[in-house]
Design a protein around this ligand. Structure first.
Ligand code: KIV
Length: 262
């Protein structure tokens, strides 16, 4: 698959379904390189990789470290770095942190959670040559303020609010939008309301593309399996069985064999 550009992404709307997967390290990024349109270095890494209960405690330095690793592993894929909680509280802070993404990694864009209330930040970043992906709907960085992970777009009023958010994010200059955890009718209405591609997660089939967290879709994250995840591999079982086999081989003196020694 050829590496996406801002121009090719804009042209893809309504023509081709776009694919995005998260990655947190070079090893897996290398396996995903050229297989998907985008790799997102999501702050979800704080949960599935660092074992924390939400995304709120990850900082800029950790995101930069992981983004750098992903860029090394996947040089031929468009890479998006999540801006972590608290790193875009105002325009100046957001720009300083977004510049550090461009200075210290090879990421192509940053992603920011929030709708109309974040439009000024998105506008400021895009006016200063930062490519921005928006993110509306269920916002994991709002989990404590919202009192949990709550599906959005359940009534007409909320669907209208989401559409306003999507339009505000588009108007502010974002080139793409992630819509998370919304009823599929709401996601369809949002997708139809804007000219930028909408990538869904837990948002039904009518968006312009899909994103999944790699450790969910490959079955490595066992703590919780959201309804919207399709698991393509039972990674955890494969790993555990392999480790068990290794332990047995060592204990039974089956490893190393004659072929495996100097
Ligand atoms: O952090 C992340 O992985 C994300 C996706 C769920 C879209 O933001």
């Amino acid at each position: 698959m050829q590496k996406q550009t801002i121009t090719s992404i804009q042209k893809a709307k309504g023509i081709k379904k776009l694919t995005m997967i998260t990655a947190y390290d070079s090893l897996f990024a290398k396996l995903f390189d050229e297989e998907v349109d985008f790799i997102l270095v999501g702050d979800s890494l704080n949960m599935s990789f660092a074992g924390q209960k939400d995304t709120l405690s990850i900082g800029m330095d950790q995101m930069l470290y992981h983004t750098k690793a992903v860029c090394t592993g996947a040089p031929n894929t468009f890479i998006i770095c999540d801006m972590p909680f608290g790193t875009y509280i105002n325009e100046i802070t957001a720009l300083k942190n977004a510049i550090s993404v461009y200075n210290k990694t090879k990421a192509d864009a940053v992603k920011i959670e929030g709708g109309a209330e974040k439009a000024n930040i998105i506008k400021y970043l895009t006016q200063n040559s930062i490519a921005v992906v928006g993110h509306i709907g269920l916002l994991p960085q709002n989990v404590r303020a919202d009192g949990g992970y709550k599906i959005k777009g359940k009534d007409k009023e909320n669907i209208e609010k989401l559409i306003k958010d999507a339009k505000a994010v588009e108007q502010a200059g974002a080139f793409m939008l992630v819509v998370e955890g919304v009823k599929s009718e709401a996601a369809k209405a949002i997708t139809n309301a804007v000219n930028i591609p909408v990538i869904g997660i837990g948002a039904g089939v009518d968006t312009d593309g899909q994103v999944l967290v790699w450790s969910d879709m490959l079955g490595f994250f066992e703590d919780f399996k959201p309804k919207f995840v399709r698991q393509y591999l039972d990674g955890a079982t494969l790993v555990k069985n392999s480790v068990k086999q290794y332990v047995q081989d060592v204990q039974n003196k089956n490893f190393p064999s004659k072929k495996e020694i100097y």
